[in-house]
Design a protein. Structure first.
Lengths: 198, 766
């Protein structure tokens, strides 16, 4: 059974309204706003990777192929799962550079749009990985759960980002962690874990 | 098999994986190889479905393609495994049909994944050949997630056998495949390639599948089938009777055959058989729409006028020529987006110029664009080899531009249309050149349509080019072209034109082009190859939509959007920098006091701040207003006295040590500056000592600290300890920071940039 997948440029198939919702907008949305969000989204193709790991429960966390991910709440959510899908998605440094340049040029409104669209797009990368894994794990033996969790969820501390990154080979898709603060670079990057049953 | 899905409602089988697992198949093994070691069990399971009432079963060859088997080191056994598993199914069939099951390779096509077209084609051709050899009665390509890979599977299967091909895609609840193709696009793309049945399986349960089946049936010219999930391992599973009752409803929305996917068992099929007894589909299926598809979008030539963007053509465009020669596809991509934004629904792609290898460049550009834009492409070339290569890499149903009656052209291109399911523009010219009269053009078009019928291509596959020739050299050119449009309309044929030719050599060409499009549309032309981004053409297009297609409101909105609240206050509220600048210049010119204009600007900021707090406007509008205010302030600065231009106070802002996320802080800085504060922005990842020293040196009225994470917000607590030496107000914010945390460390708190301004104004009493 294949256990790892990597993609250089994943499609972002989320509706434009996701960007507007992220900006706090409420329906009915203006057509011009939807069009703008759509234009921005189509410029993003996150890179990503995922790994299917055998999962064992342990007090206060889970054991994934020899690596411990701490967090009793996370462990409770993954109860009954035989495996976990560990994932990373990133847009690289470009969106942050773009927003910085826009702010520098006094185009704060556009910066806000770009930032929101990039956040939606990088999350959409995780959606893609989960759906892809679901298909790849057929026929019927394993089922990817619908919900995913990122370090920072409940009592799953941010230090677990380093664990997930090790499971994904160290610096998945070029993502690194800043010393001491557990901040990921590039900024528009996300790590997550979701349960797999069966 | 020909009429198998055209008679009574057929019941398909249920899940095999679920059954085999319940009978001892362990997780983690190669399911097909394990099944080969338990062929008697496999036959028993198939028989259980037949006994329950299934009219056909799918052989357990789902993952028996060479790429999937290679993951277990079993690639060399591809033929053996497929042969054995088809035989095991046929042993239970007693003459009833068995489908040879084909599924995704487990890898995604480049550029999303690393699977090349050739690898996918070869893999599927090998399995399809093995299934046909083993006696499968039809091929079922199922659980497909990506239209490009599915297309390769269909092409490969057709290249090695003549079996009927059923295709089933997996959609999410909204009706999209994994790679973003919607239901209608997938159906038209596949139906155009001549598959025998189109369906959907897996992904969702029977209730969510209802809408998907309804959408498939609305456009599919071939029978529709559906296999929803009853449940998935570890999750909730619908009981067999409930599953069957919900699944049987799919017949009412257009399915000719129903079965089950994950979580279904023979009992589900038993109930389903009972419920489907005596049912059959009545009425004719829809004809294949006169439509083309991209990777994610269908464009029907029967729904509204279809502008085909003409700009990706190097003729007369030096920059595009240079880009194409250098292999720079960003330039044509930018042209593609520009045209889509302007309203193009299909994009013409032409790379014809001297000194390039068109058979290499055209497919490369077509593939590049098709992977990046969802709208369909019109492949424009006279080079048959280039056309063949471009069609081979195009993921949807393409439009070919064009086929003429010149010797050999139709004979070369019609077979490509058959193979790839494409539509084409018929160019009514022959070896003698462009006929001057409509009558001669119609005669050629008639001849081409008759010849196409010999290849099994109906007239619905074509759009007739009425041939817009230069009116400056032939005064009758426009009228002759319009007569061809009239004839097309009378014949029920689609018509088009490359309209820009009409105005060659005339002044104000856009006006001539726009008028000609209007005239041709009024006579029934459904599409034109045109420069939709040209303002006159675009405005006329919008006006025609208003006149002919009920687009009056959209037309009016093009002009009413610029009207808004009057004055500088209104311009600030609406974020209209240009208007604010104009009004400010006019007011200053008329002798208005600068301070009065400041007040109007601040009034706008205040009003939008309130609207933001009440969630009547949102962050983008707030920032647009702030930028507009800044524009006004910059214009007013030289006109304000020292007293008037005094800032509201100094603010030192920073993102704390260890944190590099600064867009939130930057927005606060922007807002504070636009509200008249002097802001010293220290940037991100700043240590507390630097922040404190700066605040102390500048005698800051307020320090603003931002942090995104729980790990870095602890720096704020440390700063407050430092701040205790010489206390001054500190405002904290950021994703992880809460009011409770701020209270705990003795700081002020702001949820967003607008609140930060309020807090700053309160602190400074400004």
């Amino acid at each position: 059974m294949p256990k790892t997948w990597a993609f250089e440029a994943m499609p972002v198939s989320v509706p434009a309204r996701a960007v507007l919702l992220r900006l706090g907008m409420r329906m009915p949305f203006a057509e011009k706003d939807l069009a703008k969000a759509g234009r921005l989204l189509r410029g993003f193709r996150p890179g990503g990777c995922a790994r299917l790991c055998a999962l064992m429960s342990m007090p206060g966390g889970v054991l994934l192929e020899g690596e411990t991910v701490t967090g009793a709440q996370l462990a409770a959510k993954l109860e009954g799962c035989s495996h976990a899908l560990v994932m990373a998605s990133t847009l690289g440094p470009e969106p942050s550079a773009q927003t910085a340049a826009l702010l520098q040029n006094g185009q704060a409104e556009q910066a806000v749009w770009v930032d929101a669209a990039a956040s939606v797009a990088v999350d959409a990368g995780l959606d893609f990985l989960m759906r892809y894994a679901e298909g790849a794990l057929r026929p019927g033996a394993l089922r990817v759960e619908a919900r995913r969790y990122s370090p920072g969820y409940g009592d799953c501390g941010l230090e677990n980002q380093a664990v997930l990154m090790r499971l994904l080979g160290g610096a998945p898709c070029g993502i690194t962690l800043l010393e001491n603060s557990w901040i990921m670079t590039p900024e528009k990057s996300v790590l997550a874990i979701c349960g797999v049953r069966g | 098999m020909k009429d198998f899905l055209n008679s009574s409602i057929r019941v398909l089988d249920g899940a095999m994986g679920t059954l085999l697992m319940a009978n001892g198949m362990p997780a983690g093994v190669c399911p097909e190889a394990w099944a080969c070691e338990h062929l008697d069990l496999v036959t028993r399971m198939h028989r259980a479905y037949f006994d329950a009432g299934a009219d056909t079963v799918f052989a357990f060859t789902f993952g028996a393609n060479s790429l999937k088997l290679a993951e277990y080191g079993l690639e060399e056994r591809t033929e053996e495994i497929n042969h054995a598993l088809v035989r095991a199914a046929k042993a239970a069939a007693n003459g009833r049909p068995v489908g040879g099951d084909i599924s995704p390779t487990g890898r995604l096509m480049a550029p999303i994944g690393d699977l090349t077209r050739e690898q996918a084609f070869n893999c599927y051709a090998r399995q399809a050949k093995a299934l046909a050899e083993a006696g499968a009665d039809y091929l079922i390509i199922e659980t497909m997630l990506d239209i490009s890979e599915t297309r390769e599977a269909v092409l490969a299967a057709k290249s090695v056998c003549n079996l009927p091909i059923w295709v089933s895609m997996t959609y999410d609840e909204a009706g999209y495949t994994l790679t973003g193709t919607d239901v209608e696009t997938a159906v038209v793309t596949l139906a155009a390639r001549g598959v025998s049945a189109i369906g959907t399986n897996c992904g969702v349960g029977p209730e969510a599948m209802e809408q998907i089946v309804r959408r498939i049936a609305a456009v599919s010219p071939v029978p529709v089938f559906a296999k929803p999930n009853a449940g998935l391992p570890g999750g909730k599973t619908l009981p067999p009777r409930e599953f069957a009752e919900l699944t049987a409803r799919l017949v009412a929305v257009g399915a000719s055959a129903v079965g089950g996917c994950c979580g279904t068992e023979p009992d589900s099929v038993l109930f389903l058989k009972d419920l489907c007894k005596g049912l059959m589909q009545h009425g004719e299926r829809p004809a294949l729409p006169r439509a083309v598809t991209g990777s994610g979008r269908l464009v029907s030539f029967e729904e509204g006028f279809c502008p085909i963007g003409e700009r990706i053509n190097p003729t007369g465009k030096k920059k595009l020529q240079a880009a194409l020669r250098a292999g720079d596809f960003e330039t044509p991509l930018a042209m593609a987006f520009e045209q889509i934004d302007a309203g193009a629904r299909v994009l013409d792609v032409n790379v014809g110029m001297n000194g390039i290898k068109e058979a290499e460049l055209l497919p490369a550009l077509v593939r590049y664009l098709a992977e990046r834009v969802s709208v369909p492409l019109c492949i424009d070339t006279a080079d048959t080899a280039a056309l063949r290569a471009a069609l081979a890499v195009y993921p949807g149903r393409a439009l070919i531009n064009s086929i003429s009656a010149e010797p050999g052209r139709a004979e070369a291109v019609f077979p490509l249309m058959q193979q790839y399911g494409a539509m084409a523009i018929l160019l009514p010219i022959d070896e003698t050149g462009v006929p001057a009269t409509a009558q001669a053009r119609i005669a050629i078009a008639d001849r081409l349509i008759a010849k196409a019928a010999e290849y099994g291509l109906s007239k619905d596959r074509f759009i007739i080019d009425a041939l817009a020739m230069t009116v400056a050299s032939d005064p009758a050119a426009a009228q002759e072209a319009l007569k061809v449009v009239d004839w097309c309309k009378a014949q029920g044929l689609l018509s088009t034109m490359g309209v820009s030719n009409i105005s060659f050599g005339l002044p104000e060409r856009p006006a001539v082009n726009a008028a000609f499009i209007a005239a041709a549309r009024a006579r029934g032309m459904q599409t034109a190859i045109m420069n939709i981004a040209e303002p006159t053409v675009q405005t006329t297009h919008a006006a025609l939509e208003a006149l002919l297609n009920g687009g009056a409101a959209a037309y009016a909105a093009r002009y009413t959007e610029t009207e808004g609240r009057p004055g500088i206050t209104g311009a600030v509220i609406e974020g209209d920098r240009l208007r604010a600048r104009t009004l400010t210049a006019q007011a200053l010119g008329a002798g208005t006091q600068a301070q009065a204009l400041v007040d109007q600007t601040v009034a706008g900021l205040d009003e939008i701040g309130v609207a933001f707090a009440e969630k009547k406007v949102f962050l983008p509008q707030l920032m647009a207003a702030a930028e507009t205010a800044q524009t006004v302030f910059e214009m007013l600065a030289p006109h304000l006295s020292k007293q008037e231009s005094r800032s509201r106070g100094t603010v030192v802002a920073a993102t704390v040590k260890g944190d590099i996320h600064d867009i939130g802080k930057n927005l606060v800085v922007c807002m504070l500056r636009n509200h008249g504060f002097r802001v010293i922005d220290l940037g991100r990842d700043v240590d507390n000592e630097t922040i404190w020293q700066t605040a102390d040196r500048e005698n800051a009225a307020l320090v603003v600290l931002s942090a995104l994470l729980t790990t870095t917000m602890e720096q704020m607590r440390a700063y407050m300890a430092l701040n205790a030496q010489r206390p001054r107000p500190v405002l904290v914010g950021g994703a992880a920071v809460s009011k409770g945390f701020a209270d705990e460390i003795g700081a002020l708190y702001a949820l967003d940039a607008a609140q930060a301004v309020e807090q700053a104004r309160a602190v400074t009493q400004a």
